[in-house]
Design a binder for this molecule. Structure first.
Ligand SMILES: C[S@@+](CC[C@H](N)C(=O)[O-])C[C@H]1O[C@@H](n2cnc3c(N)ncnc32)[C@H](O)[C@@H]1O
Length: 330
C-alpha cells in the first residue's frame, strides 16, 4: 500500500510562532471592510442598531463576528519582527476584533497575561482605540512591547503594562478597583510546561528539522503559571485569576480567554473545557467558543507510523460572561 503521509517539511530556520499565519495571504473567512458586506452595506443590518449598547459595530459586522470559526490569516504587522521573539504572540488584528465586539468606544480592557502586547496593540488599533491595561511577569516581553510602541513613532498609543505576577497585582484593590473593566481579553499559558518528547530530542531531531522547535516562552519565575508543578495546580491558579477578573468586570461584561488543548501522556486534554468549568465555579457563565484555525502550524510526525496523535492546529477562544446581579433589571 502506498504511504500517503506527507508532513509539510519546513526550512531549518523556521520559527515556531503562533502568529505565523501572519506571513500568508488572507484566506477564507476574512472580515470584509466596513460597509462592503452583503447588500453593499445598504441592507437591514448596515448600520449600528440604536439599541446596541455593547459595541460600535454594524449589524453585518456583529453577525459576522458570531461565526464560531476563525480562519483568517492576519498580515505580519505592528512590530511583528520584534514580537515574534515570543513564541505565543498573538496577532493584534485578532485581539482588535475581540475588543471591537465586546466593548463600545469607552470600553476599558484588561489583559493579565499580556506577553509582548498583542491585546494592548489590538486596543490601540481598534476603531476607535480603547483604553487598556496589561500585566506580564517577564521583563523581556514588557521591554519588547515598549520598543514596538516606541518604533511606531506615535502610531500606537502606549498603555500601562505592569511587570509582575498577575495573581498578586490583581489582588491589589487600589490598583485594580471593583468593576473597573468592561472586558478581559487574555491569552494565558496553556498548561504547565510540558516535557518535550519528540521535539528537540537529539534522537529524533537529526535529519528531521520538523521536530526541532525554538518554542520556549517560559520565564524562570516560580510564579509563571507555566512553571507550576502539575495541571491541577495550573487549573487552581487559573481559577484564582478568573476570580479576580470576576471582581474587576462590570456586570454583564465579558471575558475572552484563548486556550490550547494538549496531548499529554497518551491522552487528549480538553484544557479549554477544564478552564471554562473553573470559570463557572467563580460565577461566570460560558457563552461559547470560537475556534481559531492556525493555518501556519508546523506538522510533526507524532505517532507515525504506529498511532493517531493529533497535530493540534487550532486554539479555542472561550467566551464567558459575568451575569447581572440577581433581581436587577437590564
Ligand atoms: C500565551 S503568552 C501571552 C502572549 C500575548 N498574547 C502576546 O501577544 O504576546 C502568556 C504570557 O503569560 C505570562 N505569564 C505567565 N505567568 C504569569 C503570571 N503569574 N503573571 C503575569 N504573567 C504571566 C508569560 O510570561 C507569557 O508571556
Amino acid at each position: 500500500m502506498v504511504d500517503t503521509f506527507q508532513p509539510r517539511l519546513l526550512p531549518p530556520d523556521f520559527e515556531e510562532d503562533e502568529s505565523l499565519a501572519a506571513d500568508r495571504p488572507a484566506v477564507d473567512g476574512e472580515r470584509p471592510p466596513r460597509g462592503q458586506r452583503e447588500g453593499g452595506g445598504q441592507g437591514k443590518y448596515a448600520g449600528k442598531h440604536p439599541r446596541n449598547k455593547l459595541n460600535e459595530l454594524t449589524g453585518d459586522e456583529w453577525i459576522f463576528f458570531t461565526k464560531s470559526v476563525i480562519t483568517t490569516a492576519y498580515a505580519s504587522d505592528y512590530g511583528h519582527r520584534l514580537r515574534k521573539a515570543h513564541g505565543a504572540n498573538k496577532p493584534p488584528q485578532l485581539m482588535k476584533s475581540l475588543i471591537e465586539f465586546f466593548t463600545d468606544a469607552r470600553g476599558r480592557v484588561l489583559d493579565p497575561f499580556a506577553g509582548v502586547g498583542g491585546t494592548l496593540i489590538g486596543a490601540a488599533i481598534a476603531a476607535p482605540p480603547r483604553d487598556c491595561v496589561g500585566i506580564e511577569i517577564n521583563a523581556r516581553w514588557v521591554a519588547i512591547y515598549r520598543k514596538v510602541v516606541a518604533q511606531s513613532a506615535g502610531a500606537l498609543v502606549e498603555y500601562p503594562l505592569h511587570q509582575g505576577d498577575s495573581q498578586v497585582l490583581l489582588a491589589d484593590r487600589a490598583l485594580f478597583p471593583d468593576e473597573s473593566f468592561d472586558f478581559v481579553c487574555t491569552d494565558p499559558p496553556y498548561n504547565v510546561h510540558l516535557t518535550q518528547t519528540m521535539a528537540n530530542d537529539p534522537r529524533y531531531v537529526n535529519g528531521h528539522t520538523n521536530r526541532r522547535t525554538d518554542y520556549n516562552m517560559r520565564s524562570e519565575d516560580t510564579a509563571d503559571l507555566a512553571n507550576l508543578e502539575s495541571y491541577e495546580a495550573y487549573l487552581d491558579a487559573m481559577q484564582r485569576m478568573l476570580g479576580h477578573c470576576y471582581r474587576l468586570l462590570k456586570p454583564q461584561k465579558y471575558l475572552a480567554i484563548i486556550l490550547r488543548d494538549a496531548y499529554q501522556q497518551g491522552r487528549y486534554v480538553f484544557t479549554h473545557v477544564d478552564v471554562a468549568r473553573r470559570a463557572e465555579s467563580v460565577g461566570f457563565v460560558t457563552k461559547g467558543v470560537k475556534v481559531w484555525y492556525q493555518a501556519g502550524t508546523r506538522l510533526r510526525p507524532y505517532g507515525y507510523p504506529f498511532a493517531y496523535i493529533p497535530n493540534i492546529a487550532h486554539q479555542h477562544i472561550v467566551i464567558l460572561q459575568k451575569p447581572r446581579p440577581v433581581g436587577s433589571r437590564q
